[in-house]
Each structure stands twice: as structure tokens, then as C-alpha cells.
Design a protein around this ligand. Structure first.
Ligand code: LLP
Length: 851
């Protein structure tokens, strides 16, 4: 068990250590505790070393002694002899200075005292508290090895140990007792001198000991619960990674995660000792378990990390790369200047490499010297400062199809280099350093959204950082269907498949929109779900109805009071549709020149609204983006003047301007942008009274995806409204009001294993829910019958339709399921039943309303 500087700095922290060690003892384990120096002490020792004056050095040594004295008195302990002896040694070293031992050896010996002191203090405290603890000198166990090309500095201050299982050491310790404490960070070299292990030294010590003793496991106790899918300080929604294999953990640690030093994994690989990262303050959290086992699971991106301060060196030379020895000569220059190369990209006439600041002492002198030497054989360009963005996960290459939106995100920036690791574990993009802070949260969200990061696999992806550390909840209540489970099980057992809608949720969504958005009129886009009970509830909540077909208009006419506001917004509809709607007194929206040009009398004397194309689209999938010339919707802005001209001639009054850019948008600034754009266009048309900024409000689908921040949407809209108070604001959401209110219940039909795949057949299929097949949409799927059983199986959830695309969910981790279990497919209240088809004549799912 390794504890870092802050974990050993105070009495409460030591009491915590005592409890943790005692709990491991209670499990029957023998425990070796590895400690760092008290926080701040290593720095104080370094300063002592830098001090030229003897008097100052002595003062520094005294201050360090006082720190330990104070902690001892908090512990109500007398100064143990062991600690007194160490303090005396330190005082002598400070007094003597470096002349006898030599600068580096002296510095190593002085700095080693941080850990020597904390471990002596810890041994006294633990023993005094009733846990007999043996103090072990790490230098008697860890022997530093000599490496080729090693200079005196690395040899003494950044040493490496070759830790092979050593049964003799295990036996020696076994003879001594059950609980031991030793130092992190220090070892001894062949001449007997004390050496330091360099950065991340204490974690590395713990690993060395783990390997030497072939420990049951190494536990690194720190101040976070483990490794996360991204730096949680930048991405609060980042998820705890509960299990990783050594290679993945190594990649994540080497590409940016600070929680574990990358060095400390390699000693554990061969002896297959697992490593567990735990939060000292929250020992109940599962932490990150890193081990040798490679479980069979669907490939997933595990983490995305960033490293700043990257320098690229681009080398151009016509036709030289193929020549024998040319690359060797070039790389020799890097070696000569002591630079280690990280990424490499090559082309016929160019090779570009990256230099990572954590592996290199990069200053302008070194770079200038390198560039000077390289210039003799090629043209050199140094590009800096850059940042490397790395996605890590086993089986990267089989996930390319899931990365298209991530690629699109990168497409908006200058990408200097792309590199794919040859072990198929990472993908790295090098971009300008200044874009990376904004980019990371967006990329993480895309990875979750597209399912490239399989956050639905709860055995791998633990809770988010914000959930664990309570920064802010995502404001999302647990789904209503959890509470309604007994009723839902009964409904499905009676008959399946069935859609079930919860009207209370529909009303709640309507109220939150009305409360949070400064809209003057809300219309429900009934295409999302035209069930009469839903229309009635929403009309009661004060919403109008937005329809796109005569059928929808008729449904509205049949179900809601006649004074409910209605809007007709068809696209490429026949002339008669418009005429009938106008005759029924419904306001219509036109989105082309053709109707105005060709259907001369139709709109005469009527108020109309115009849907314009703002030239861009947005949404959860290409097929739901409705802007730009590749989309069939909206009047292009360059035809607007002609439209206004014709409308005026026909005595049709343009009272509204409309735009809807797409569906499933989670960016809260989107609607205010559309609003402002429409307002500035409306200023050219004096008759405009309202601006309809469409729908498109998204709901999260993948676990970990954040819900739309309605407060932020409202605040942004309010700002625009202040500037354009003359226009009424209309919106016409569909999905947001109903998606989460609906579930599709199905029953398991058959199970099948085929090759490595397991298929879980259910009696609902693409004829009931086309979204997964059509948009790759991701819907949460649970086994409602076995909701609380461990999800140990990995299934492809498929329907009964004769199409290979009849898949409701790929690679879903679920409990081992049986025929007739009830399966729930969540967030299916929008675009579910309304998009169903009679294909295969299996008939529609019945719809049930809970009110
Ligand atoms: N207004 C107009 C003009 C629309 O075309 C739509 C949706 C909406 C409002 C409502 O959008 P919402 O708030 O529901 O995102 N079947 C796809 C969605 C297609 C949306 C079509 N138009 C899906 O299942 O994701």
C-alpha cells in the first residue's frame, strides 16, 4: 500500500492509514506500506541542497526537524530514537555540504531523508497504535541498475531498478513480522550510494516492491478514485475507469493522465501483479483495477488525454528517405542532442517527429542546435507550441466508423500530424496548443455520443467525476420507469411488444420549457408522437400544435380544443395540402418559391410564414440535419427578396419567419444564434410579427451524455429578445417533450451463440423502432425482469424482422437473460411508434398510456 505526501502529512491522515492497513490485516494479508515524504518536505530538501551557505542549510534542516516534531506532538508521541538518529544524520549532511560526497551523491542522500523520516515516524505511530510495524530500509531491497548512455545525474537522481521476484527477500520479511513500512523514491546503487528514483518515484517504488515480493496486489492510495476517461478537471462528466489492462493503463498514463506515473506499470507486468488505485478519502469507491487479464469485450475508447508543450520537427528532403542509412543519420542527430522522439510521420519527401516535454529537456538552445545540425541534410521546420490529443483503447482500428464526428471536430482545426500506434492502442492528433482546452470536452462528449466510448458498459465505466465528488448533479432524475417497474412488467407479460408513455413526464417537460425559455408560443411538433393522450395533455399545458401533413392536421382537429394554436409546415407538399389548411383557418409555412410563383390565388389575402434556409444544418445524425444546399428544406436566402416581392404582389402578408436546422441538438447556444439571425433578416420585412426558431432540442441517450442545459438556452434567448423586443418568439420542439416519457417493452424470444457473438432476440424489431437501423441511434436497453442482477453477458439485441439491419442495440452488457424476460428499450417516446412500418406484417406495437 503506497501513500503519498499529503496522505502522510497529518495525524488524521495517519489514523486513516492505520485503519486501512488494519482492514487489510483483517483480511489476512501481510502489508508493506510505502510512503512518500510529508508534503512539502522534498521541496524543502531540494532547497536545502541549492543553498550555498552552511548557516542557511542548517536552518533549513532545523525547519524540517520542526515539521516532524510538530506532527509527533499531534500524535502525542515522544521522539523515537530511530527518527532522532535520522534527523541527526540530516543535520550532519547539511552542515558538511557536498564537498566530500560530491554534489549529486550528496543531494541524493539529503533528499532521501524525506522518506527516511516519514517512514520512521510512521513506524512509531502505527506500532504505538497497536499495529506492530517493522521499519524496512528500501535501499537494502531495491538495487539500482546501470543503464547504457546513463550519465552521473540520471544514475543518482533518476535511477531504475530491475525488480524480479526475490523469494529470499520475501522469506526475510516473513521472518520479521506482518506489517512493514518502507520508503518510496529511494534505492541503492552498486557502489553502495543512496540514489533517487526520479519523478513518480514513490509509486514506482511500490511497484518494484510489488514485483520483488510477487505481491497479491499493489495499492496506490491517492486523492482521486482512479483513472478517468479524461482529465476530470477539464471534463467533469469524465467517467471512472474501473478496469484496465497494463497496456491500456500504460498508454493512458504516458499520454497525459497524472494519477499514475507511467514508469510504475512495467515492473508489474511480468510477475502479473495487479495494481489498484484508490482514493484515501473515499476508500469505499471501487477505484481503478489494473491487471493482466484481457477480458473479452467490445472494443471501446477508454480515455482521451492531452499533452501540451509538444514540439514538432518537420524535415523535408527530396527523395532521400528511401536511401539506405538516411533515417539513421537523421535520428542520430536527435540522439546526439539527447532528445527522445515520440511520434513519427513519414512521407516520400518529409519526416515529421514530435518531442514530448516530459521526456525531454526542451529549451530553445537545444532545439536551435538540433535544427542547425539537421539543416546540413534536410530542410527543417520547428512547429511549436503544439498539443497532442490521444484516444486510447484496445482495438482502435475496428472503431474507425464510430469516429466520424470526432474527425469532423478535428476538421475545424489545424491538424499538424496524425499518428496511430502500432500496438493498435492509440490514435494521436497533434494540433495547435491553444485550441486544446476547448476541444477536449467536446471530443469527450462526441466519443460518448457516438458510442465510441462504450459508457453503457457499467462494469468498465464507473460513475462520473462530478457524481463522485458532488460538484453538480446533471439535474436528471432517475427515469420514471424504474419506479413503474412492477406495473411495466405486468403490462409486458400481458402482451408485447408495447410502447408505454408516462404523461406526467410529458407534462413535466412542457412545464420546464415554459418556465425556463422566454418563448411567447410553444408548439408541439406532433410528428414526434401523435398519440391523442399526449396531444391532449400538451394542449392542456398551453402548447399549440405544429403539423406537417393533412393527416396530422386531422389528428389535431379530432383531439384538441379548436382554439389550440396550429401551424402547418409541410415540405414539397401538393398544392391541395396548403389550400385545405388555409381553408381550415390554419397558418401555413412555405419553404420554396414554387408555391408563391405557380399557385397564383392560393395564398391571396392570407397571412403566411416563411421557412428560410440559414445555410447550415445541425443534429444527431446527417439524416436529421435540415440546412444547406444538400438539404431539401427551406427557402435559400438569395431567393427571399423574390419571395417577398411575389407575396406582396399576391397580397399575402408574411407575418412569420421560420428556421429549423435539425434535430437532437445539445448545444445550448444554438437557438439564440438562429433567433438573432432570423431577427436581422426580419428587419427587411416590415410585416413580420414572430420568429419561429424551430425545434431540435436534444435529449441525452448514452449514459454520461449531459442533458441540454435549459437555463443556458433561456439565458441566451433572453439576450436576443432584449435586442429585438418587437418580435414574438415561437418554438416547436418535438423530441424534448416526449422522448424520455416513452419506453418500448419487448420480451425475449430466443438466444443464440454464433462464433464469438451472442444474440438476444426480442419480439420488437425495426418495424417498431427504426431509429437504431436508420440513424445508428443508441437507446438504453435493460433487462427489466433482472434489473438488479449483474450485467455479465454481452449481447447483440435483435428483432424478428428479416433484415440484417434489424438490430436494436449492439454489444449490450446485460444480465444473463432467458426466454420471456422483459426487455425495456428506453427513450423511445419520440420518433418511435410514429415511424413504425407494417414490414413483414408483424403488426404494430400496442400503445399504453400511464396517466
Ligand atoms: N420543426 C420542424 C420544421 C421539424 O422538421 C422538426 C423535426 C421539428 C420541428 C421537431 O424537431 P425535434 O424537436 O423533435 O428535434 N426522426 C428523427 C427526427 C426527425 C426530425 C424531423 N423534424 C429522429 O428519430 O431522430
Amino acid at each position: 500500500m503506497k501513500f503519498g505526501g499529503t496522505s502522510v502529512a497529518t495525524l488524521p491522515r495517519w489514523q486513516n492509514i492505520l485503519e486501512l492497513v488494519a482492514s487489510r490485516r483483517a483480511e489476512g494479508a501481510r502489508v508493506l506500506v510505502v510512503v512518500s515524504a510529508l508534503s512539502g518536505i522534498t521541496d524543502a530538501l531540494k532547497q536545502l541542497c541549492a543553498e550555498g551557505e552552511k548557516g542557511k542549510r542548517n536552518e533549513a534542516a532545523k525547519a524540517i526537524a520542526t515539521r516532524h516534531d510538530e506532527l509527533l506532538s499531534h500524535m502525542q508521541l515522544a521522539m523515537p530514537d530511530t527518527l532522532a538518529a535520522r534527523l541527526k544524520d540530516l543535520a550532519a549532511l547539511a552542515d558538511e555540504g557536498s564537498s566530500r560526497l560530491g554534489e549529486l551523491a550528496w543531494a541524493a542522500k539529503v533528499q532521501a531523508h524525506g522518506e527516511l523520516l516519514s517512514s520512521a515516524l510512521g513506524a512509531a505511530f502505527l506500532t504505538h497504535s497497536g499495529l506492530a510495524t517493522e521499519w524496512v530500509d528500501a535501499r537494502d531491497c531495491l538495487a539500482a541498475i546501470a543503464l547504457p548512455n546513463q550519465n552521473e545525474r540520471t544514475k543518482l537522481l533518476s535511477a531504475m531498478v530491475d525488480a524480479k521476484p526475490d523469494p529470499a527477500l520475501s522469506a526475510r520479511l516473513a521472518a520479521l513480522g506482518e506489517v512493514f513500512i518502507t520508503q518510496g523514491f529511494i534505492a541503492r546503487e552498486s557502489e553502495g550510494r543512496t540514489v533517487l528514483l526520479g519523478r513518480g518515484g514513490s509509486d514506482t517504488s511500490a511497484s518494484y516492491f510489488g514485483a520483488l515480493l510477487k505481491a497479491q496486489r499493489v495499492e496506490i492510495w491517492t486523492d482521486v478514485a482512479g483513472m478517468f476517461t479524461a482529465n476530470p478537471r477539464q471534463v467533469p462528466g469524465a467517467r471512472l475507469l474501473q478496469r484496465l489492462d497494463y497496456e491500456e493503463a500504460q498508454e493512458i498514463a504516458s499520454t497525459g493522465a497524472k494519477v499514475l506515473h507511467p514508469r510504475c506499470l512495467s515492473p508489474l507486468r511480468e510477475p502479473r501483479v495487479p495494481l489498484l488505485i484508490k482514493d484515501t478519502n473515499r476508500p469505499e469507491l471501487s477505484g481503478t483495477h489494473i491487471g493482466p487479464e484481457l477480458r473479452e469485450e467490445a472494443p471501446s475508447i477508454k480515455a482521451i488525454s492531452t499533452r501540451k508543450g509538444i514540439t514538432l520537427v518537420s524535415m523535408e528532403s527530396v527523395g532521400m528517405w528511401q536511401q539506405v542509412g538516411f533515417l539513421a543519420d537523421v535520428f542520430n542527430q536527435f540522439k546526439k542532442h539527447g532528445l527522445s522522439v515520440d511520434l513519427i510521420g513519414s512521407a516520400e519527401t518529409n519526416v515529421t517527429v514530435s518531442l514530448d516535454p516530459t521526456e525531454n529537456l526542451l529549451d530553445s538552445d537545444v532545439l536551435a542546435a538540433l535544427a542547425g545540425d539537421l539543416a546540413k541534410v534536410c530542410r527543417v521546420k520547428v512547429i511549436a507550441p503544439c498539443a497532442a490529443v490521444t484516444m486510447v483503447g484496445r482495438g482502435m482500428r475496428s472503431m474507425l466508423h464510430r469516429l466520424h464526428t470526432v474527425m469532423a471536430e478535428f476538421g475545424q482545426h489545424r491538424v499538424h500530424m496524425i499518428s496511430q500506434s502500432s500496438n493498435n492502442l492509440n490514435f494521436t492528433f497533434v494540433v495547435d496548443e491553444n485550441v486544446v482546452d476547448d476541444l477536449l470536452p467536446q471530443l469527450h462528449e462526441q466519443l460518448v455520443r457516438t458510442g465510441a466510448m462504450r459508457t453503457d458498459d457499467a462494469s468498465l465505466f464507473g460513475p462520473s467525476w462530478e457524481r463522485l465528488y458532488g460538484v453538480a448533479s446533471n439535474g436528471h432524475d432517475p427515469a420514471w420507469w424504474m419506479d413503474a417497474r412492477p406495473q411495466l412488467l405486468k403490462l409486458a407479460e400481458e402482451r408485447s411488444p408495447r410502447y408505454v408513455y408516462d404523461i406526467a413526464t410529458v407534462r413535466e417537460r412542457a412545464r420546464s420549457l415554459r418556465e425556463k425559455l422566454p418563448v411567447d408560443r410553444l408548439l408541439f411538433a406532433i410528428k414526434a408522437n401523435s398519440h391523442p393522450a399526449i396531444l391532449r395533455a400538451l394542449a392542456e399545458e398551453g402548447l399549440g400544435m405544429e403539423c406537417v401533413s393533412p393527416g396530422e392536421l386531422q389528428r389535431v382537429a379530432e383531439t384538441v380544443p379548436a382554439d389550440t394554436p396550429r401551424l402547418f409546415t409541410p415540405n414539397f407538399a401538393p398544392r391541395s395540402d396548403y389550400r385545405d389548411a388555409l381553408n381550415a383557418g390554419v397558418l401555413v409555412t412555405i419553404d420554396a418559391l414554387h408555391p408563391m410563383e405557380q399557385w397564383v390565388e392560393t395564398f391571396e389575402g392570407h397571412d403566411i410564414s416563411v421557412r428560410v434556409d440559414l445555410g447550415r444544418g445541425l443534429g444527431h445524425h446527417d439524416k436529421v440535419r435540415t440546412g444547406g444546399s444538400t438539404s431539401k428544406f427551406g427557402l435559400p436566402l438569395d431567393q427571399l427578396d423574390a419571395f417577398v416581392h411575389l407575396a406582396t404582389a399576391r397580397h399575402a402578408r408574411i407575418v412569420g419567419l421560420h428556421a429549423h436546422l435539425g434535430s437532437g441538438v445539445l448545444d445550448p447556444s444554438h437557438w439564440a444564434e438562429v433567433y438573432a439571425q432570423l431577427a436581422s433578416i426580419a428587419e427587411r420585412i416590415p410585416t413580420v410579427e414572430f420568429l419561429n426558431i424551430g425545434g431540435g432540442l436534444g435529449v441525452p441517450s448514452h449514459p454520461g451524455e449531459r442533458p441540454l442545459d435549459l437555463d443556458a438556452v433561456g439565458a441566451a434567448l433572453a439576450e436576443v429578445k432584449q435586442v429585438y423586443p418587437q418580435y414574438k418568439l415561437w418554438m416547436e420542439p418535438g423530441r424534448f417533450l416526449v422522448a424520455e416519457a416513452g419506453v418500448l417493452l419487448a420480451k425475449v424470444t430466443q438466444l443464440k451463440g454464433k462464433g464469438g457473438w451472442r444474440y438476444l432476440g426480442v419480439d420488437a424489431g425495426m418495424h417498431n423502432l427504426i431509429r437504431p437501423a436508420l440513424y445508428d441511434a443508441w437507446h438504453e436497453i435493460v433487462n427489466l425482469t433482472r434489473l438488479h442482477e449483474p450485467a455479465t453477458a454481452m449481447y447483440q439485441v435483435v428483432g424478428p424482422i428479416c433484415e440484417s439491419g434489424d438490430v436494436l442495440g449492439n454489444d449490450r452488457r446485460l444480465p444473463e437473460s432467458r426466454e420471456d424476460d422483459v426487455i425495456l428499450i428506453a427513450t423511445t417516446g419520440a420518433y418511435g411508434q410514429v415511424m413504425s412500418s407494417p414490414y413483414n406484417l408483424r403488426g404494430p406495437a400496442e400503445e399504453i398510456v400511464l396517466d
